[in-house]
Design a protein around this ligand. Sequence first.
Ligand SMILES: C[S@@+](CC[C@H](N)C(=O)[O-])C[C@H]1O[C@@H](n2cnc3c(N)ncnc32)[C@H](O)[C@@H]1O
Length: 359
Amino acid sequence: MGGAVSAGEDNDDLIDNLKEAQYIRTERVEQAFRAIDRGDYYLEGYRDNAYKDLAWKHGNIHLSAPCIYSEVMEALKLQQGLSFLNLGSGTGYLSTMVGLIIGPFGVNHGVELHKDVVEYANERLDDFIKNSDSFDRFEFCEPHFVVGNCLEISSDSHQYDRIYCGAGVQKDHENYMKILLKVGGILVMPIEDQLTQIIRTGQSSWESKNILAVSFAPLVQQNRTDSNKSEAVVLPALSVRSLQDLSRIYIRRTLSSLINEENPNRTNTPRASQKRKRRRCRRRRRINTYVFVGNQLIPQPLDSEEDECIEQESKDEEQEKDIEPIKPEEPQVNHLRDKILSLPLPESLKAYLLYYRKK
Ligand SMILES: C[S@@+](CC[C@H](N)C(=O)[O-])C[C@H]1O[C@@H](n2cnc3c(N)ncnc32)[C@H](O)[C@@H]1O
């Protein structure tokens, strides 16, 4: 049972492989993927599989394969300040990555059918904000998740710049999804076994492009019986940030710029592919079909396999002899945290500026 790209040993390894296979193509998407450890979205005891290019399902918790998330993140063409709606937001893994790109003046909403999954997503989000080393290297748009069936969103809902649907959409619901999009916005969803990018070009015009052949579990349909008729799902309000919150964002931004001026050679990516492991006959192929087998989504190669063989590998090894040996990774310094802690401010204010993070 193979993945579309080689299995990684850790998150960085997985991202290296996704980059090498060209599923990840832009720097901002790469940074978001490196900042969020996919293993953190797995339950204890299952984490070993987190760095394989495979979907994972356990009870109601369900993550798509990393190569699909890579294609989705690239196709969404995310930018700072955009509004994003995730339909079937699941564990919040994708929404959290999106939040790192759209930044504090974006909007980040998710709708998920299962209450226990929303609780799980909120726990994971809280853990990211409190404990992740990445948090201080980005400006973040915190996702807000609501429980409900995303096919029952209230008809007076606001529209979004970017929408992703994480479960298979029936043709009948295509227009419902398209109407949620602002003019100029981008919707990415699996429909008729194709991951599709739809751009709203005008009030009643859309352009569609197939990205990848896929097979997603379908969206759960609305409950249509009158006795169980559920209420329309109300999306979170488009709230304005408080003056206090805005001050924190601008103080942190100013301090980060100062730090960058003081250390012009510092990069925002903690590890720029420093680790390149040798693998015999590494498979470099793009997989373009996915099928469900039981509860696993299995990549099915359609293209001919292009196995990179030992001959090429020994050439690489020859070349690598001329390259400087890899230095051991230096421990990450949190410059922003250090700077805030060094300010002549009351401890309570420093704690606020640090989002009450302990590390
Ligand atoms: C493949 S998972 C998406 C995972 C998500 N992208 C993540 O980052 O964890 C699909 C999700 O869609 C949810 N779902 C299915 N039908 C739904 C519906 N009608 N309304 C809302 N959520 C739905 C499922 O419960 C599941 O969590």
